[in-house]
Design a protein around this ligand. Structure first.
Ligand code: AMP
Ligand code: GLY
Length: 423
């Protein structure tokens, strides 16, 4: 089977690694991919949002399934594009159609969905330029800290958490009037702040059946002790130790089931991953956000814990046969540590030679921002490589990753040495 994966990060390398282990004969293509995917698949230098170029390689490479990594092409309607094209309509796409991808594309839409289906989430109101004064008044009714969210996609930067009312008002104005996040902040959602500990739950659905995948927790801040700027993610662990069976049952009943039922009731066809960002407040789960894809670096710990053949799983999704499917999960913990370029998430240099990663035995090396130049692997992004290990618990898994990282080198390499500190 010829499979095309869209994307270029650690998530996509992990998808390729897992699909590559299938007992079915597969031919993998990744667009645009990275140096890691180049080792196990054929990279095609096509932009994930250039649907016509994707169509061209789909036809010339005789692609029989498309797996979408990042959110942008989903929010832009890649799945609908395939369904509406007579030459592509029979090729299954793993990832929701545009209508459901709005759950990630619009925070306001996601909040309305949760309200409509009684899914627990923080109280909120949304505002535009025309209702700025009402926005100020709503902020005055809340206690610090204040949570402001740009409605649209803002590359993970659109959420501000502010301690002072004056600053919150000023930022609200900057978002709405000065378009701080461009058109993404034409609408701003203001939410009640929830204090608790976060985790992510991943669900795979074919629109009717669904499977709850292993939980994960990622570390978003650049600095140790969860300080400093937000990044795409500095590492992750799976499973989340505090997500015991009783808590998972609550998540299943109050979040997962109403989400799947809500998609059906609202007529939003969904074949793909749902990434539910949750916060545990007291003993109860609240939804912080939906993403319509796998997380990165969560994928680097979730997929290694799934024992089944991923090609089989995706075929079950395509054929709507997920219901009868039995998932087998590895009992071990997995942890991943992201190696990043010095300076990231602010300005950083690219093109640094990476050494030592190819001799590592008992960890998996998943490439993120890397590229091949002649026969060398060079850095090509802020997040460079994720080093994943297994252990009897997350501490042992982390220890193994940290040990192996000692062998990897590139100029100005940085990583967090305190993952799991809060658990
Ligand atoms: P989001 O992009 O919606 O996931 O928000 C980014 C981060 O902001 C989350 O991972 C949380 O750490 C934090 N956050 C978002 N909404 C809230 C909230 N209502 N209360 C507390 N923290 C929040
Ligand atoms: N690690 C967070 C995300 O993928 O959005």
């Amino acid at each position: 089977m010829n499979i095309l994966i869209l994307g270029a990060g650690g998530r996509e390398h992990t998808l390729a690694w897992k699909l590559n282990q299938s007992s079915k004969e597969t031919n993998l293509f990744v667009a645009p991919g990275n140096a890691g995917t180049a080792l196990i698949a054929t990279n095609r230098s096509v932009d994930v949002n250039d649907f016509e170029a994707i169509k061209a390689i789909t036809l010339s490479d005789k692609i029989e399934m498309v797996v979408v990594g990042p959110e942008d092409p989903l929010v832009n309607g890649i799945h609908d594009y395939f369904l509406n094209d007579t030459e592509l309509s029979k090729i299954p796409v793993i990832g929701p159609q545009k209508a459901a991808a709005r759950l990630e594309g619009s925070k306001e839409f996601a909040k309305q969905f949760m309200m409509r289906h009684q899914i627990p989430t923080a109280a909120y109101q949304s505002f535009t330029n025309a209702t700025l004064q009402e926005g100020y008044a709503f902020l005055e009714t809340l206690n610090a800290p204040y949570v402001l969210k740009a409605d649209g996609l803002a590359a993970g930067k659109g959420v501000l958490i502010l301690n002072s009312l004056e600053v919150a008002k000023a930022e609200l104005k900057t978002m709405l009037v000065d378009q701080k996040f461009g058109s993404a902040s034409t609408t701003v959602v203001i939410e009640e702040f929830l204090a608790g500990i976060e985790l992510s739950v991943f669900v795979l659905t074919d629109g009717t059946g669904y499977k709850v995948l292993p939980t994960a927790k990622d570390y978003k801040r650049i600095g140790e002790g969860d300080t400093g700027l937000n990044t795409g993610g500095m590492g992750a662990i799976s499973p989340v130790p505090f997500a015991d069976q009783a808590f998972m049952n609550k998540i299943h009943d109050s979040v997962v089931v109403p989400t799947i039922e809500g998609l059906k009731k609202d007529n939003m066809p969904y074949k793909g991953f749902i990434f539910i960002g949750l916060i545990k407040v007291g003993d109860n789960p609240f939804v912080i956000e939906y993403n319509v894809r796998l997380g990165d670096p969560e994928t680097e710990v979730v997929l290694p814990r799934i024992k089944n053949d991923l090609v089989d799983i995706f075929e079950a999704v395509a054929d709507q046969k997920l219901d009868g499917y039995i998932l087998e999960i590895d009992e071990r913990s997995a942890a991943t540590v992201m190696l990043v370029s010095g300076g990231y998430p602010e300005a950083y240099e690219k093109g640094k030679k990476i050494t030592g990663f190819d001799t590592i035995q008992d960890s998996h090396v998943f490439h993120a921002g890397t590229k091949l130049f002649e026969d060398q692997v060079l850095t090509n992004g802020g997040r460079v490589m994720a080093i994943t290990s297994y252990g009897t618990d997350f501490k042992e898994a982390l220890r193994k990753s940290y040990e192996n990282i000692e062998n990897i080198e590139f100029d100005q390499m940085n990583y967090r040495k305190d993952l799991g500190f809060d658990l």
